[in-house]
Design a protein around this ligand. Structure first.
Ligand code: ZN
Ligand code: ZN
Length: 185
């Protein structure tokens, strides 16, 4: 329990404040790592985490699991769901941890009370766990880039096999498909 409070504190520091999402995300990450036989709060080179939402809980998951995008150990999926998958890349073992949304029963709960309640509640009561299989492309693992291509359209470099082939030529995603930006200058 003291562990939870300590990790919560750190996650709050990283996020900027301890909000409801940090309270749950910290607990979710602890539950996930413990179920993987790993130590919450400690970096584990075998771990890759897929988070399914770009909201508060993912900051707590990043903080507790010590994963990062730069180390290719944190994969943001943007599904808009309060869930995360923990993969052991050595054994292939993977679990998906899903928030059961128990907090819906406590709509007006102040965050201090939520912290105390969540600290005391066993993870099993708050989260469901699915055993899953995750196929990880070697390009998505840490290390030297396995593939480097140059887009024939914009001339920019594309790493990690993220290019697309058309007529034997390499294209970046922006040139091949649609882009999230529009060049105006
Ligand atoms: Zn927040
Ligand atoms: Zn391009």
């Amino acid at each position: 329990m003291s562990d939870y409070k300590e990790l919560l504190e750190k996650a709050g520091e990283f996020h900027g404040d301890i909000c409801g999402g940090i309270v749950m995300g910290t607990k979710l990450a602890i539950h996930g790592m413990e179920n993987m036989g790993m130590t919450p709060g400690e970096k584990d080179k075998r771990l890759i985490v897929f988070t399914e939402i770009d909201r508060c809980i993912s900051d707590a998951i990043l903080s507790v699991t010590r994963t990062s995008m730069g180390k290719k150990s944190l994969k943001p999926m943007g599904y808009g769901k309060s869930a995360a998958t923990f993969v052991n890349i050595e054994t292939g073992e993977a679990i998906r941890v899903i928030d059961k949304k128990v907090n819906k029963d406590y709509p007006e709960e102040p965050v201090e009370e939520r912290i105390e309640r969540i600290a005391k509640t066993p993870g099993e009561e708050l989260f469901d766990i699915q055993k899953v299989k995750v196929k990880i492309d070697p390009n998505d693992l840490q290390g030297k880039p396995l593939e480097v291509a140059e887009c024939v359209e914009c001339g920019e470099e594309v790493l990690d096999g993220k290019h697309h082939l058309r007529g034997g030529h390499a294209y970046c995603t922006s040139c091949y498909d649609k882009s999230y930006y529009e060049i105006i200058g």
